[in-house]
Design a binder for this molecule. Sequence first.
Ligand SMILES: *[C@@H]1O[C@H](CO)[C@@H](O)[C@H](O)[C@H]1NC(C)=O
Ligand SMILES: *[C@@H]1O[C@H](CO)[C@@H](O)[C@H](O)[C@H]1NC(C)=O
Ligand SMILES: *[C@@H]1O[C@H](CO)[C@@H](O)[C@H](O)[C@H]1NC(C)=O
Ligand SMILES: *[C@@H]1O[C@H](CO)[C@@H](O)[C@H](O)[C@H]1NC(C)=O
Ligand SMILES: *[C@@H]1O[C@H](CO)[C@@H](O)[C@H](O)[C@H]1NC(C)=O
Ligand SMILES: *[C@@H]1O[C@H](CO)[C@@H](O)[C@H](O)[C@H]1NC(C)=O
Ligand SMILES: *[C@@H]1O[C@H](CO)[C@@H](O)[C@H](O)[C@H]1NC(C)=O
Ligand SMILES: *[C@@H]1O[C@H](CO)[C@@H](O)[C@H](O)[C@H]1NC(C)=O
Length: 460
Amino acid sequence: MAVGCSIMAVVPLLAQYTLAQAGYGGGAGASIPGVSSYVAPAGYPTSAFSSYYPVPSGQEPQPALYDSVLNITYPLNLTNPDTLPDNDPDPLYYPRPIANLSTTAQQAVINSILQQVSEIVNGSSIQGNCSRCIAALSVAKSAAQLAPSLVPAAMVALCTSSGLHSASTCAVDFEASTFGAIWTQVLGLADVSGLDGQYICNSLSSTFCPAPGVSPLDTTGLFPKPKPANATKPAASGKTVKVLHMSDFHLDPRYKVGSEGNCTAGLCCRSNALNTALPAGQVSYPAPLYGAFECDTPYDLGLAALQAVGPLTGTSKENPLGWTVYTGDLVSHESQNELSRLYAEYAEDSVYGMFKTYLTGPVFPVLGNHDTNPEAIDAPHSLPGPLGMQMSWNYDHVAGLWQHEGWLNSTAAGQARLHYGAYSVKNHYGLRVITFNTDFWYRCKCPSFKPRTRTREGPR
Ligand SMILES: *[C@@H]1O[C@H](CO)[C@@H](O)[C@H](O)[C@H]1NC(C)=O
Ligand SMILES: *[C@@H]1O[C@H](CO)[C@@H](O)[C@H](O)[C@H]1NC(C)=O
Ligand SMILES: *[C@@H]1O[C@H](CO)[C@@H](O)[C@H](O)[C@H]1NC(C)=O
Ligand SMILES: *[C@@H]1O[C@H](CO)[C@@H](O)[C@H](O)[C@H]1NC(C)=O
Ligand SMILES: *[C@@H]1O[C@H](CO)[C@@H](O)[C@H](O)[C@H]1NC(C)=O
Ligand SMILES: *[C@@H]1O[C@H](CO)[C@@H](O)[C@H](O)[C@H]1NC(C)=O
Ligand SMILES: *[C@@H]1O[C@H](CO)[C@@H](O)[C@H](O)[C@H]1NC(C)=O
Ligand SMILES: *[C@@H]1O[C@H](CO)[C@@H](O)[C@H](O)[C@H]1NC(C)=O
């Protein structure tokens, strides 16, 4: 599931609070589930984690997190607000070339294709944005098949020279270590003259091709047997159970107290966030300890929200929540060049660990579009060779954590490893929880953050 649009962790709790005010439980004499308001105790709850790196006074804490699945302790510089990386060191996956060309020959292919694309885009031989885009894709496909590793740089050049985006946005969208290698796979493997091409051109710009209509779905064979003709719903037991729905925590372990909380573009409350209306060095709204509207969730805010769950829901260790569903998005919203597998894994380990500490009862989580790397990318197993397993590092990691926290047994964790983070379990109330990963159909239609120069103007 991809929720992907709300920004702050407090949103689900506010929603619950509103329900409480409205008389949760329904009917005469209904009472709110817990206390009607809650103020977290002053100060950071140090017991939330077992060990910390030292930080300058007044800054957010830096837990020294041990990951039981990876058997590593995350290094401080991964999350230190003052050492933001600008390049992702993770492995790149390209489609396997259909011929073995020398580097010189590959460069010649790229030059020839850039020339042909230029003629298609600027010439008069093909009319109409959609036809031009499809024709350009068909030519570019041979570049992805013959010289895959040279395609990202060519895409950056083409994006810049054609004015599709600013030079810096072109770099973040198409350089190899952000989305360039992924785009090369798409070009190399897609049916660019068919429906895939329509989707690709619409995603590049809605002025290129209109969004394709929904294709009819043939459900024959999707289920092993037909729905029983005599199916009836079970009689209600009359008992109620408290279920917590949380989503979009978007932990920012790189949140910098005192940095620009009212920045001009991108994710604010970061050491590199600027308000360009002010002289260099001046800050319009210094990021407070407990977060700000244009920012993701600092530890102080996230832990205050989690401390509020028990009192607001009237639950405790002795009287636990039935269960919690977590509908995805753990990782912060910085630009893709600052992200990495390790950074996503850190957020997974940290947020699930906090849930284990503060939420009573099991949590049934799914992934959101930010909970991977590159963000908003998945790969079906049906892709050829090593490409089919390029995202397994993530499914293996979260499945391991979900089992480690005691939320899934080994059978369900095995399903999650195999099925892109999705699983089916019968919970301790006898209800079957069936999850699936809708990130495969992800397309952001929500208003995004103000884009920063080096920010991809896409997934949220
Ligand atoms: C975990 O890593 C340590 C070294 O960092 C190693 O000594 C130990 O054997 C590893 N444990 C497992 C279960 O792999
Ligand atoms: C953190 O330190 C490691 C080891 O010294 C280094 O390889 C890595 O590039 C550093 N990362 C950042 C974000 O500075
Ligand atoms: C290219 O060369 C590699 C290594 O020699 C070989 O495994 C591969 O089959 C070749 N590919 C093609 C398309 O000839
Ligand atoms: C199209 O022509 C314009 C004006 O000469 C040029 O700036 C632009 O780079 C060309 N576009 C491509 C894709 O070659
Ligand atoms: C075609 O694309 C260009 C950008 O390349 C855009 O300016 C123009 O409005 C588009 N035309 C239509 C009819 O959408
Ligand atoms: C529904 O029909 C099937 C097949 O005829 C039968 O085995 C089953 O017991 C029926 N279930 C109910 C709830 O009537
Ligand atoms: C944020 O900065 C802009 C530009 O300097 C300014 O107009 C606006 O009032 C500021 N907003 C807040 C909440 O400080
Ligand atoms: C895990 O739980 C399911 C019920 O959801 C059960 O069918 C399965 O046998 C369990 N697996 C193990 C290894 O206990």
